[in-house]
Write a protein that binds this ligand. Structure first.
Ligand code: IMP
Length: 314
């Protein structure tokens, strides 16, 4: 028999204020999703499971959450065995009847591992506690990087492009960006260190490019532009090598802190004057593996590593 899920009568709640949660754990889960910038709907659909001979619905199931970006339903559960058995039975029936529907039954302790599995919060316990606020979620980064890639593809149509990344902060951005650029690309990297103790901004090239950039169309890819001093220095060095063109693409622009004006041709996000980590950016080599951009609790910054920061490799 062909049965279809029933839409809720009113639009499904998508914010904590609008939702009337049946259990505290649902609200907690919604807060966690908000924290990581994952869109959700609360109980948007009811799935009829069984009907009597006259077609009346005699059993139905309304999963707690739907996550549109993942096309995934979530049912939260407690550890009470009786309830879990019943939910498992209903879920089996749901999957039989609606084979295209993806649904997960989630215990409270599974929250973080679920987020990690879907690439939203591959965060260990320590890092999770250290994160103060997620400024840019993994989904937002994904969308913006693909837009940048499309724009770059358009602007460099008919050309071959050399992407030059500045290590190490640029690793995630470079890897994602290049997959959204569809003109032929080569990549190269340089490692620099800037002496921060005397605020001179003097930049040392620790490891230079492996290829010549003479006569080539070069796009310098940076993780973040803060004072602009690093970038200005790099541009001067690269321009001296006479590329055919040189443009700059930065994931993050901390414009409020700019001391040296430099043109950024492509910018992912403008961010406020706060120290951020994640998606390649570090604090003393920590937090690069967070899949989002976040601010970190100051206590966590103090605890993290005791390395001397005066000669810092990016
Ligand atoms: P600028 O020379 O002041 O523009 O500094 C740019 C470099 O400083 C970046 O490439 C980063 O390595 C580092 N940096 C600046 N702000 C941050 C931040 O908020 N988090 C992590 N690294 C940062």
């Amino acid at each position: 028999m062909n049965i279809r899920p029933l839409e809720a009568k009113a639009p499904a709640p998508t914010t904590i204020d609008d939702a009337r949660f049946a259990h505290e754990s649902e609200e907690e889960f919604a807060r966690l999703l908000d924290f990581y910038g994952v869109l959700w709907q609360y109980e948007p659909r009811t799935f009829p499971l069984r009907q009597d001979d006259e077609g009346r619905i005699i059993e139905a199931f309304s999963p707690d959450f739907y996550l549109p970006d993942l096309d995934l339903y979530i049912e939260l559960t407690t550890l009470k065995q009786g309830l879990v058995t019943d939910k498992h039975r209903k879920m089996r029936r749901l999957v039989e009847r609606y084979p295209d529907v993806q649904i997960k039954l989630l215990y409270k302790r599974d929250y973080l591992s679920l987020l990690a599995k879907y690439g939203i919060g591959a965060v260990n316990e320590h890092d999770h506690m250290a994160v103060h606020e997620v400024l840019i979620s993994a989904t937002e980064i994904d969308r913006r990087v693909s837009e940048l890639g499309a724009q770059i593809t358009h602007d460099y149509a008919g050309k071959e492009l050399l992407l030059v990344g500045v290590l190490k902060g640029v690793t995630c951005f470079m890897a994602d960006l290049m997959r959204h650029v569809s003109v032929p690309v080569s990549i190269d990297f340089m490692t620099i260190s800037s002496y921060e103790g005397d605020r001179s901004g003097a930049v040392r090239i620790v490891q230079d490019l492996t290829e010549s950039i003479y006569g080539r169309d070069v796009l310098l890819v940076e993780d973040i532009v803060d004072t602009g001093m690093t970038l200005q220095h790099l541009i001067k060095q690269l321009e001296a090598r006479e590329p055919a063109s040189l443009r700059v693409c930065a994931l993050l622009d901390k414009r409020a802190r700019r001391l040296v004006e430099t043109t950024l041709d492509y910018v992912g996000f403008e961010i406020p004057d706060e120290f951020v980590v994640g998606y390649g950016l570090d604090y003393r080599q920590h937090f690069r593996n967070l899949p989002f951009v976040a601010t970190v609790r100051s206590e966590a910054l103090r605890e993290t590593g005791a390395a001397d920061e005066s000669d810092r490799v990016h």
